[in-house]
Design a protein around this ligand. Structure first.
Ligand code: 5GP
Length: 238
């Protein structure tokens, strides 16, 4: 697969054309940003770790019947994916109170909730990705009600699969962010990445935060924690 022109550069990844107009090459960088870009750093080999973890998790999800953009991991930092038009939405799934939810509703992190919470934010860096709802999304032309229904159903299935999987690694899936896109035929596919950059994962025994909050909140042990997550995922998946 030849790497063509760069078509997009985000905070953590670059996207390149390939000779097949329906496929893109995704390159995972070491750059880490937080607090809407106010905090920036390089985390040694993060791109390699996240490419591996995302590839293994997307393969697991495909096996469990979730359609994704992932085709193959082709090098340490690159994967081949189906080209999709990304919905300008971040779909957040919460199983326990943490992060912005804790701030928003004034409950301590770790508070149990009886139901799964699905949230959407509008992907707009200059506005800080504001929290919206379905009606806003439809009004903004970001998705239709039918598409949102399908997206929430997929997010719910993904949540069940990942809660069970991470539990086998001694990790609690607290919350996570998903992105979806549409291929040329109009199929909705899971896109972007799933890794400790996009999920909150707490060690089931010790409660230790094993995710990007170590970077966001300057908790230390960053590279070791990223490697530890990779080791645990690799112990179950290839
Ligand atoms: P919160 O809204 O509490 O900040 O985030 C909820 C979950 O979604 C966390 O697991 C967090 O990692 C993920 N998340 C939300 N927005 C982003 C984002 O812009 N980038 C990344 N990498 N993760 C995000």
């Amino acid at each position: 697969m030849t790497k063509g022109k760069m078509i997009y550069e985000g905070k953590a990844k670059q996207l390149f054309e390939t000779e097949d107009r329906n496929k893109v090459l995704v390159y995972f960088k070491d750059d880490a940003t937080a607090l809407n870009g106010a905090k920036m750093a390089q985390i040694h080999d993060k791109g390699i770790v996240n490419n591996k973890i995302t590839s293994m998790l997307f393969k697991l999800l495909e096996k469990e019947g979730i359609p994704t953009h992932f085709i193959d991991r082709i090098s340490d930092r690159e994967q081949l994916c189906r080209k999709v038009d990304i919905f300008p939405l971040e779909v957040i799934v919460r199983n326990v109170v943490a992060g912005h939810m804790a701030e928003r509703v004034g409950l301590p992190e770790g508070t149990e909730i009886p139901n799964t919470i699905f949230e959407i934010s509008y992907k707009k860096d200059e506005l800080g990705d504001p929290l919206i709802n379905d009606h806003y999304a439809v009004a903004l032309g970001a998705a239709t009600y039918e598409e949102l229904k399908e997206i929430y159903a997929m997010a719910g299935r993904i949540n069940k699969i990942l809660i069970d999987f991470f539990a086998t690694l001694g990790l609690r899936l607290v919350d996570f962010k998903l992105e979806f896109g549409k291929d040329e035929e109009g199929n909705i596919l899971l896109a972007d990445e799933i890794s400790q950059d996009t999920c909150r994962l707490w060690d089931l025994e010790t409660g230790k935060k094993m995710d990007k909050d170590r970077f966001r909140r300057d908790l230390g042990d960053l590279e070791e924690t990223y490697r530890e997550i990779l080791k645990r995922v690799e112990s179950k998946l290839k």
